[in-house]
Design a binder for this molecule. Structure first.
Ligand code: ADP
Ligand code: MG
Length: 330
């Protein structure tokens, strides 16, 4: 069972940034409004994500670390309409199998007499708890010494600096799509980023600036387009201004970041239609459509999707962007 978890971990958990991704996704699924992230040595030594979400009941703490024990999908029909970021019940057990993990959680209770409970796991084996702990409502997951028991994998880790850059990119991807969630990020004790709740246009611009830089925040065009069941929103930088930075491409389908050839092609075509051949268009775009029109049940570490009506999706995006780029600044 431990070996299976270690193998599964190899598929999902490649580096510290993959741990950060899974932990933040769990916090978002738990409905958090505030994230507190502390990293040490690029996440190789320590990663801690604290949220103010719904918490995990005492009797389900150990279960959360058991393979395929997700609380998010209860029957097969649910899989057709997944709205949470996680649904496999694989991430926490996988991380626990290749690190020293501590889980502390507390659920809200009206009487205010409840307490937090903590559980520690080393290399997939329970090492401590559950025992009472001090923690506000919500959950903290601390992951230390990633890959300490799988030296072959540890060897592939890069420098703390590189690993931290990957973590920042992961946070950027997730927090661009969750403006209502505030976030603090510390690295080796130093405050790196503090994102406030972005609940109006000004604070949204501010978040864009913090995550993507002033040029993008100031010069991007707001996109908002609806056709039938398809809705596209977000920002695109006019092609003439786009920097050659492949990192400035963020496309979300129903809130989930994807990297998809069909979508990339539609965007490239839109730019070409406007007589620009920008190699690296810069955009943050959100496509919303009925969950049964898209298949997200693909490998968790890849970012692929399959659309039922792919031609229609392609043409909608292309036309929406062409129209917006032609308008320019409003
Ligand atoms: P999945 O997200 O696919 O369900 P995970 O292994 O990531 O599986 O998490 C297992 C379970 O642990 C989740 O289904 C959820 O019930 C619980 N859980 C994990 N992290 C949190 C959190 N931050 N807040 C509340 N519950 C959590
Ligand atoms: Mg998860």
């Amino acid at each position: 069972e431990l070996l299976i978890s270690q193998i599964a971990a190899g598929e999902v958990i490649e580096r510290p940034a993959s741990v950060v991704k899974e932990l933040i996704e769990n916090s978002l699924d738990a409905g958090c409004t505030h994230l507190d992230i502390a990293i040490e040595q690029g996440g190789i030594k320590r990663i801690r994500v604290r949220d103010d979400g719904c918490g995990i009941p005492h009797d389900q703490l150990a279960l959360a670390l058991t393979r395929h024990a997700t609380s998010k999908v209860t029957d097969l029909a649910d899989l057709e309409a997944v709205t949470t970021l996680g649904f496999r019940g694989e991430a926490l057990p996988s991380i626990a199998a290749v690190s020293r993990l501590t889980l502390v959680s507390r659920v809200p209770d009206p009487a205010g007499e409840g307490m937090a409970w903590s559980l520690a796991v080393s290399g997939g084996e329970l090492s401590e708890g559950p025992r009472p702990a001090a923690h506000p409502v919500g959950t903290s997951v601390e992951v230390c010494d990633l890959f300490y028991n799988t030296p072959a994998r540890r060897k592939f880790l890069r420098t703390p600096r590189t690993e931290f850059e990957q973590i920042e990119q992961t946070i950027r991807r997730l927090l661009l799509a969750h403006p209502a969630v505030a976030c603090e990020l510390r690295h080796d004790g130093r405050l790196i980023q503090r994102l406030a709740v972005a609940d109006h246009p000004e604070s949204l611009r501010m978040r864009l600036e913090q995550l993507l830089g002033a040029a993008f925040a100031e010069q991007s065009l707001r996109v908002e387009s609806v056709a039938g069941e398809l809705a596209l929103s977000g920002w695109v930088l006019p092609p003439a201004l786009a920097r050659s930075q492949p990192d400035q491409q963020f496309f979300y389908v129903n809130g989930r970041l994807v990297r998809d050839r069909l979508l990339a092609h539609a965007i490239r075509q839109a730019f070409a239609d406007c007589l620009h051949h920008s190699r690296h268009p810069a955009y943050v775009l959100f496509l919303e459509l009925s969950p049964d029109q898209v298949d997200v049940n693909v490998h968790p570490a890849k970012y692929e999707v399959r659309f039922r009506a792919s031609r229609q999706v392609h043409d909608f995006i292309r036309q929406a962007l062409v129209r917006r780029l032609a308008q320019g600044r409003l």
